[in-house]
Write a protein that binds this ligand. Structure first.
Ligand code: AMP
Ligand code: MG
Length: 310
């Protein structure tokens, strides 16, 4: 892992690494984020691997400006008003993703919405501006551990798991971004750096509040997840008639998560393959996936897809 200084040179190196699909931790005004090219499936899979996260929750896409954001989501009047008031800053908006957006399905966890933010930290702004596209960046800590507010926190836990960190000193501690959902009427999905009152003042009307705040602090539990329409059969060692076959390893199938049994590759392909097989109708059968590393998150997602629903 490279420890980069917060200089033109260090920032340029960080940008270069992001362009190559590598993982770079950088400061935002909330906490240090673990950034990767949001359009690169494998880079995003590596974020989940590096964090040791046992499930795939959707990530926030970070941009240097509003114009970049609008290329990926359907913009609304409320979005315009909130962005005008609070960007750059600690506010995340959840909007409908454009059909043609090349954002990785792993960033949205297969949903048709995308969380977007324009951060204010000068280092983040510089790197995002030079990169020129969307950077997905959850907090740069191991899953279940405390969010890092200094570069040393990142290096202590993640040195052998990521490619670089920019050391730009401590961030203004503990304030996560406020998340507002704008896909329907405005909903406060997570309280954070911008207060509810400030948001209400800008929207000119009340905002619904996601009730179960505890559940919100456990990402992935509270948002409705993509589930295929098709029934899903797990640990399939043979195929039955009429099934769409999602393989892993050297098996004959319709789509393979990874012929060479690479779990990063399998995670990178998971949502795309599920969507493609789902559109064929019928049932999806899936090969067994090893239950270690990223396989734990893949199996979590698959067992949710296979769970009985109403
Ligand atoms: P963090 O990166 O730690 O600030 O966490 C990101 C938060 O944004 C998580 O709680 C996610 O569940 C939430 N989030 C990201 N994308 C979406 C989305 N499309 N819809 C709802 N919540 C989202
Ligand atoms: Mg976190």
């Amino acid at each position: 892992m490279e420890l980069l200084s917060d200089t033109d040179e260090g920032r340029a190196c960080a940008t270069d690494l992001l362009c190559k699909g590598r993982l770079v931790a950088f400061p935002t005004e909330t906490v240090y984020g673990l950034g990767a090219d949001a359009c690169d499936d494998r880079a995003i899979a590596r974020i989940f691997e590096a964090k040791g996260r046992p499930s795939f929750n959707p990530l926030i896409a970070h941009f240097s400006d509003v114009e970049g954001v609008k290329r990926h989501v359907h913009w609304t009047d409320d979005a315009e008003a909130l962005a005008h008031a609070f960007w750059p800053g600690p506010l995340t908006l959840v909007l409908r993703k454009r059909e043609n957006s090349p954002i990785s399905r792993l960033v949205t966890a297969g949903l048709d919405t995308l969380a977007v933010r324009v951060p204010a930290h000068p280092t983040a702004k510089a790197v995002l501006g030079a990169f020129g596209g969307a950077v997905a960046a959850p907090s740069a800590n191991l899953s279940g551990q405390i969010s890092p507010t200094r570069a040393a926190h990142v290096t202590e836990a993640m040195a052998d798991r990521i490619d670089a960190v920019i050391d730009a000193g401590p961030c203004s501690v503990g304030v996560e971004s406020t998340i507002v959902g704008l896909t329907d009427r405005p909903v406060l999905l997570r309280p954070g750096g911008v207060s509810e009152d400030e948001i209400v003042a800008v929207l000119g009307g009340p905002i619904a509040i996601r009730k179960n705040v505890e559940a919100i602090s456990a990402p992935g539990q509270m948002i409705s997840h993509y589930a295929p329409d098709a029934a899903v059969r797990l640990n399939a060692v043979d195929w039955q008639d009429g099934e769409a076959r999602l393989g892993f390893g050297p098996v004959e199938c319709d789509l393979n998560l990874s012929e060479r049994e690479d779990l990063v590759e399998a995670a990178a392909r998971l949502f795309d393959h599920l969507h493609r097989l789902d559109s064929e109708g019928g049932r999806i059968a899936v090969s067994p996936i090893p239950h270690h590393g990223l396989g734990v998150a893949i199996n979590d997602r698959l067992s949710r897809a296979a769970a009985p629903r109403d």
